[in-house]
Design a protein around this ligand. Structure first.
Ligand code: COA
Length: 260
């Protein structure tokens, strides 16, 4: 697919997806939504890619949904409106349930859907000074399709404050509430991201995909309701080729065969 809104770079086991609409601070319109979703979907089956890094070209990570595009929805039918909203919801879900870990490299600003995109990634690292915010209510709209990902990262207490005020906040606060895992000086951002990538590459790729499924399955559920799933999950992976290789490598005091 010819990409207009993204650049994708491959470097060994790492795919870097750059949102590339800097003039609009990487605000996502219909085309960006489609391209990002399709790229992530296609990467699911590329075995050589083990980690995905998502970043933004230009001064900001992502200014959220394109407000021109959202505003233009008034001329659409309700059906068309629902279809566009569903496409956006599908994008966040594709990031969230990607079997490959997705690391967000966040700088400049991540607002509205941009903060939502950060929440849907597995691990986010931000530059100090980055502006975050669920600004939707200040625009008379709602952080609707992003809310499941955001609330599961920051909890109801912070969501009540930040969704209702729409106030902007800085990377240190984003780290305190769990939206990002680290806030580092901008000059150290790439090194911090590479640090996360390096740790992820030490883990078995199948085990990572299963661990992501495990979190999705278990979060916010009663222990009784998930116990069967967890029992079957460990019984299956410990007898799998990857599980066997990982445990054998430990016992033989060597690295498993997936470590570069
Ligand atoms: N949708 C559409 N266009 C957007 C946009 C968005 N979400 N965010 C920024 N832009 C556009 C601006 O309108 C401007 O266009 P112009 O050059 O034609 O005037 C351009 O991007 C640059 O924006 P500007 O505000 O001048 O850049 P900045 O670097 O000073 O600030 C932001 C960047 C992201 C902090 C600022 O643009 C901003 O606050 N945007 C709104 C973000 C928001 O609330 N998003 C919620 C969406 S749900």
């Amino acid at each position: 697919m010819q990409l207009e809104r993204l650049q994708v770079e491959f470097q060994g086991p790492v795919a870097r997806i750059w949102m590339n609409r800097p003039d609009a601070r990487n605000a996502f319109d219909g085309l960006m939504t489609t391209e990002l979703r399709k790229t992530l979907f296609d990467l699911r089956t590329v075995d050589s890619v083990r980690v995905i890094v998502l970043g933004g070209r230009g001064p900001a990570f992502c200014a959220g949904a394109d407000l021109q595009w959202m505003k233009a929805m008034v001329a659409f039918t309700r059906e068309e409106n629902l279809r566009e909203a569903q496409a956006l919801a599908d994008l966040f879900f594709t990031v969230y349930e990607s079997p490959k870990p997705v690391v967000a490299r966040v700088h400049g600003a991540a607002l509205g859907g941009g903060s939502g995109l950060v929440a849907s990634c597995d691990i986010a690292v931000a530059a100090l000074g980055t502006q975050f915010g669920f600004t939707e209510v200040r625009l008379g709209i709602l952080p609707a399709v992003i809310s499941p990902y955001v609330i599961s990262k920051i909890g109801e207490s912070a969501a009540r404050e930040l969704f209702l005020t729409g106030e902007r906040f800085e990377a240190v606060r984003a780290q305190e509430i769990g939206l990002v895992r680290a806030a580092v000086p901008e000059d150290d951002l790439d090194a911090a991201v590479e640090g996360r990538v390096g740790e992820l590459l030490k883990a078995g790729p199948r085990a990572i995909a299963e661990a992501k499924a495990l979190i999705r399955e278990v979060a916010f559920r009663r222990v009784e309701d998930v116990q069967r799933y967890t029992v079957e999950a460990i019984a299956d992976v410990r007898t799998s080729p990857e599980g066997q290789e990982g445990m054998r490598a430990f016992l033989e005091k060597r690295k498993p065969d997936w470590v570069p």
